[in-house]
Design a binder for this molecule. Structure first.
Ligand code: S3P
Length: 436
């Protein structure tokens, strides 16, 4: 589906209160909820295709999961209660799905095969396969002509028992850290992971919440295997709205129209875009904070101001990785130069996001210089009417649409179905605040 933005839209509301639930936390809710020895109810579950695929996979593995709207009830079967699915498992477009679930499959006493769409089949898996093999897992994947990594489909053979490892992450990746921690639940000894650069910590928070013996201190996470159990099975666990989805409207608010975004997840390993926008001179305040015992959230109030571009520090990259496409749109509206380096990871996301950002910024009439590990944008360009291709990447599609809406130009953004993978009601939220 292509999407047409018409120039001269009017902003008709300032309240954005339907940002859907956090994608990362929703995946973990299904996975860890399934491995608990009892039942958990989650509200605010993200009913987008990525997380629905994870839900379906755990149903296929024998877990009873009821869903009513964004409430899911997961009847956990414990670490050793999963059943052979009898066919291959399909994560669709989700890198988080395949990497985390493979961590679980590594510890199971039956063979499985897991794969996904054409984008997934080109995403590097050695980063999880190597540490999981060190733990004793028997995993094989595919090679691709001209490429040196391991790619899905992944075949995971039955395992007796895994061993804990002491592992230093070669890339700052929460997906890799989480795959190892999930496999570590099935190990006969503790697993320790060292993070040279910290990255998102949703797995650790949920494991601790489910009573697992996990310590995390100065970049070292240690998990001692035990059986997860929900301490309050009758109390629903609220998944906050996804900061990464809110980010599109945060930037719209910072460059075009005042907005209030309600109950947005504010985990400190995710909210760096907020701090970067403030550093750039954005008018942002946070009200009604809550949720500190599980995942923090709050209302974000943002209004337009003259922004000044900045340099993103290497240590900030893992905490802003998914927001860099929309940051590029903010940068086009700011004075000075935005510098994003040390971000090679962007090359292996749902698309090669460095190349995709270069292509949408150029299409909009901006000035951008590409590097192996990032880019620089010279700001204050007048965005002109444009046509852009999402390359099947949801965050690229939404960034281009927000760029056009903020600039009030006509635009065609090709291939927007991918938005369903993370933000199925994106257009209804957009149309609730701005109309042609
Ligand atoms: C995610 C981690 C990040 C992020 C992805 C979701 C997660 O990937 O880009 O959208 O839920 O753990 P990496 O951990 O590979 O950087």
């Amino acid at each position: 589906m292509d999407y047409y933005v018409h120039a001269q839209r009017r902003f008709v509301s300032h309240v954005v209160d339907e940002i859907p639930g956090d994608k990362s936390i929703s995946h973990r809710a299904i996975i860890l909820g399934s491995l608990c020895t009892n039942t958990s109810v989650f509200t605010g579950f993200l009913t987008a295709s990525d997380c629905l695929n994870t839900l379906e996979i755990f149903r296929n593995l024998g877990v009873s999961i009821e869903r009513s709207g964004d409430t899911v009830t997961v009847h956990g079967v414990g670490l050793y209660g999963l059943k052979s699915p009898g066919h291959h498992l399909d994560v669709g477009n989700s890198g988080t799905g395949i990497r985390l679930i493979t961590g679980v499959l590594a510890g199971l006493p039956f063979d499985t095969t897991i794969s996904g769409d054409s984008s997934i089949q080109n995403r590097p898996m050695r980063r999880i396969v190597s540490p999981l093999r060190e733990m004793g897992a028997k995993i094989d994947g595919q090679s691709r002509p001209g490429k040196s990594d391991i790619y899905p489909p992944l075949t995971v053979l039955a395992s007796d028992k895994l061993r804990g490892i002491n592992y230093t992450l070669p890339v700052a990746s929460a997906q890799v850290k989480s795959a190892i921690l999930l496999a570590g639940m099935f190990a006969d000894s503790p697993t320790t992971i060292h993070e040279p650069e910290p990255c998102r910590d949703h797995t650790e928070r949920m494991m601790s919440g489910f009573g697992m013996a996990l310590t995390s201190h100065q970049g070292t996470v240690t998990l001692t295997p035990s059986h997860p159990k929900n301490p309050n099975p009758t109390v629903p666990i609220q998944i906050p709205a996804d900061f990464s989805s809110a980010a599109f409207f945060m930037v719209l608010g910072a460059i075009a129209t005042p907005l209030r975004l309600t109950s947005i997840g504010l985990n400190h390993t995710r909210d760096t875009l907020l701090h970067v926008l403030i550093r750039m001179g954005a008018n942002i305040t946070v009200e009604n904070r809550g949720g500190d015992d599980f995942e923090p959230y709050g209302d974000i109030l943002v209004s337009p101001s003259q922004l000044q571009n900045t340099e993103i520090r290497a240590t900030e990259i893992p905490f802003i990785i998914d927001e860099i496409p929309i940051l590029a749109v903010a940068a086009m509206n700011a004075n000075g130069t935005l510098r994003v380096r040390n971000a090679t990871e962007l090359r292996v996301k749902e698309s090669d996001r460095i190349s995709a950002i270069v292509s949408i910024v150029s299409a909009m009439g901006g000035t951008i210089r590409e590097y192996d590990d990032g880019f620089e944008i010279d700001g204050k360009t007048a965005i002109k009417s444009f046509t852009a291709d999402s390359r099947g990447d949801h965050r690229i599609a939404m960034s281009a649409i927000i760029g056009a809406v903020a600039a009030g130009v006509d635009a065609t953004i090709k291939d927007c179905d991918c938005i369903n993978t993370s933000f199925p009601n994106f257009f209804s939220v957009l149309h609730s605040i701005t109309q042609p």
